[in-house]
Design a protein around this ligand. Sequence first.
Ligand SMILES: Cc1cc2nc3c(=O)[nH]c(=O)nc-3n(C[C@H](O)[C@H](O)[C@H](O)COP(=O)(O)OP(=O)(O)OC[C@H]3O[C@@H](n4cnc5c(N)ncnc54)[C@H](O)[C@@H]3O)c2cc1C
Length: 292
Amino acid sequence: MSDDIQLKSHYELAIVGCGPAGMSAALNAKIRNKDFILLGGDFCSPKLAKAPHVDNYLGFSNITGEELRQNFLKHLEDMEIPIVPLKILNVYPGPPFTLMGANESFTADAVILATGVSPTKLLPGETELLGRGVGYCATCDGPLYKGKKVAIISYSKEGEGEANYMAEICSEVIYIPFYKDVGHLDPRIIQKKGRLKEITGGMKVEKLVLDNEEIPVDGLFILRETLPAEQIVPGLEMDKGAILVNRDLATNIPGLYAAGDCIGQPYQLNKAVGEGGIASLSAIKFIDEMKK
Ligand SMILES: Cc1cc2nc3c(=O)[nH]c(=O)nc-3n(C[C@H](O)[C@H](O)[C@H](O)COP(=O)(O)OP(=O)(O)OC[C@H]3O[C@@H](n4cnc5c(N)ncnc54)[C@H](O)[C@@H]3O)c2cc1C
């Protein structure tokens, strides 16, 4: 992973997600000599790494997900394709599209979403209270919660940095981790465990309800590996939780394509890799036609 890459203000193509679908899209963009950026989480991809044994990927008869992941990363390295470890929080339609991380933004003529799917369902109350005290990036909204009480639900270590930052400014920070081996947390942070039931509130969030207690909060942040696609892109058409695409893997927004698990089942590597390639070729065609 490349930590030291300077973001440019504009790219022809932005690929959001560095799993098999995103990596495959990047490969095609490189071969077609496009000016593109491949963006991912800290680890590409946790799902692939977890596959204990893959026996349905053509050409590799006896391989683990982690071995395949290393092969994919090596292929990108050989092709000199860096992965920029930046989580994209919002994509505002264009072209040019505006892509926003927690502290950075840039534009792109076309975008491919390859963000995978979250293994966790949205909580009851989450969609209704989103933007009313419920959010997906604690550090982005931090200043709004100065001197207030917040809870952070995190599915990966990435949440620890956000919680430590909030501990500097909030009166109380509750941290509810859903992963093993919690690392360094500011001693002011209170850790809790419990099964998530719902989020309650009216005009603003009021409580996070666990199976074993109710926690009154001013703000609540849910840090999943993958954000709901319709929250990333306003106006994105979905169908039963999957991004709606046509045969070219174009979404309802011109210039925006999607590939892999995020466009629906079956959740398989060969499908993700194939779709990454198709989405890339479609996006390249869009970019080339736009320039004519
Ligand atoms: C335990 C397990 C075993 C499996 N075994 C098999 C198997 O044997 N055979 C098979 O075919 N499939 C298997 N699969 C399924 C396979 O792993 C998935 O279908 C495949 O990984 C999907 O690829 P993807 O690129 O669509 O998404 P993912 O692999 O989920 O990758 C998405 C990537 O996008 C990143 N991302 C998400 N949101 C953002 C954002 N907003 N900004 C930046 N980056 C973002 C994530 O960090 C992640 O790295 C298995 C899955 C699991 C969990």
